[in-house]
Design a binder for this molecule. Structure first.
Ligand code: RNT
Ligand code: ZN
Length: 422
């Protein structure tokens, strides 16, 4: 049997099985159009950026390990990689840029000097592809971040420098959203923290609040841009105190109508980001996700289809939160084929949403409300064994992208033809 017929046949059977549970798989495939993943451009080049020819991730308490060949070394290479990734993902995605990925034309443009013109090429590129853009100030990999403090720095000239950078990033974000007709989510994460026990936790936090108030003094229309703040537990070299802790940013977001960014690598390992979504959304309008896979610490491994990601997706789908949760990826692995890493992680995230949609939620909620807890547990277990892979393959087929393991060969081919020659 040819591959296409096999996928169709398997889907027909899966459709009958799911229908028996009360799930309409055709409607689910339609509903998947609502899941847009913001692809983090930095997986293609290990968070290097294009400020200088050999720019590398430095400091900030985050780390990329591995030097697998084929890393994108120019905007052209990065764009080629992104096109390849997009061609292997069903549905429509977004692209998430960091400020260090501007087109600086061979000149050094410091962070407090960046302008819209440095990103116009990206806006045009995104427009041609019908993609939305998201954005991030880059408050690391810079001499003025070496002290470990940026927006919360006690050195006024350094603090002002970063305030100016983030302000400019908002101007750029609003313009991206305006030109593309879809709001640009600008996420601010800073590495600020202290390796050892500080005396003045409060001083740094009040400086961060002051800086954010300065940064957000100008209002931009929500159709153009949305501001998000990303909390963290600790970073390498900043183990004792993180200025932008979860308490700090959640409170800031609630008080100032900002989005809270939940990165699932930024909490104690036994905490569940899936459990935080319905709490945050009682008090903030929208949440941004950084989906990642922490192993023992915030290691930013490639996302896989694990329980953590499934719970995140299921909380969003069960509560109809897709309009209120922006989904971004945040992992970087330089030890394997980077395009392969990218596609594995993005597809795993999409699959978690597909699985969540293939649940007869109403039926199971009724069981719960009747106190039928054995029945609820049994359904959760039965669902784990249903043929969601057949639905996934069919979803890929109707979207014209490789199903099953076929994308592996496509990436190997790209490696041979493109990546190996870099
Ligand atoms: C760092 C944060 C942050 C970065 C990116 C590159 O711990 O997760 O989101 O990973 O901005
Ligand atoms: Zn993150």
């Amino acid at each position: 049997m040819d591959k296409k017929s096999l996928i169709e046949k398997a889907y027909e059977l899966a459709k009958i099985q799911y229908a028996a549970l009360g799930v309409d798989t055709d409607a689910v495939i339609e509903q998947m159009n609502k899941v847009q993943i913001s692809l983090h451009c930095w997986q293609t080049d290990d968070v290097g950026g294009f400020e200088r020819p050999d720019a590398e991730l430095g400091g900030g308490g985050i780390q990329v390990t591995g030097n697998y060949p084929g890393k994108a070394k120019s905007i052209e290479q990065m764009r080629a990689d992104l096109d390849k990734v997009l061609s292997l993902l069903p549905g429509k995605q977004r692209l998430n840029l960091h400020a260090i990925y501007g087109e600086f034309g061979g000149e050094f443009v410091d962070r407090d000097q960046i302008e819209i013109k440095h990103f116009q090429g990206w806006i045009d590129w995104a427009k041609e592809r019908g993609l939305g853009l998201d954005f991030n100030p880059t408050c690391f990999s810079h001499p003025k971040a070496d002290s470990g403090f940026t927006l919360s720095s006690k050195d006024e000239s350094i603090r002002k420098f970063w305030v100016e950078h983030v302000k400019r990033c908002r101007v750029i974000s609003a313009e991206m959203g305006r030109q593309l007709g879809t709001p640009c989510v600008m996420n601010t994460w800073i590495p600020d923290g202290s390796k050892d026990e500080p005396i003045d936790r409060n001083g740094y936090r009040s400086l961060l609040k002051k800086s954010l108030d300065e940064v957000y003094a100008v209002d931009y229309p929500e159709e153009y841009m949305l501001d998000a703040v990303e909390s963290k537990l600790f970073g390498i070299g900043a183990e004792a105190m993180t200025v932008g802790s979860h308490d700090f940013y959640l409170a800031y977001a609630v008080a100032n109508h900002k989005l809270i960014c939940l990165d699932n690598g930024h909490f104690h390992l036994s905490e569940q980001v899936g459990d935080k979504i319905s709490s945050c959304l009682q008090f903030v309008d929208k949440v941004l996700l950084h989906v990642t896979r922490p192993i023992r610490w915030d290691s930013d491994h490639v996302v896989t289809l694990n329980d953590e990601v499934k719970m995140i997706a299921s909380e969003i789908v069960r509560n109809n939160f897709l309009d209120r949760v922006k989904i971004g990826l945040d992992f970087f692995d330089g030890s394997i084929n980077r395009i392969g890493a990218y596609v594995v992680g993005a597809r795993a995230t999409q699959q978690a949403f597909l699985i969540a949609m293939l649940e007869p939620t109403k039926t199971m909620l009724a069981m719960e409300e009747r106190g039928q807890y054995f029945e609820r547990l049994a359904y959760l277990e039965v669902l784990k064994t249903r043929a969601f892979g057949a639905v996934w393959d069919y979803y890929c087929l109707v979207n014209g992208v490789s199903a099953g393991e076929d994308y592996v060969a496509e990436i190997q081919q790209y490696e041979k033809a493109v990546l190996k020659k870099r």
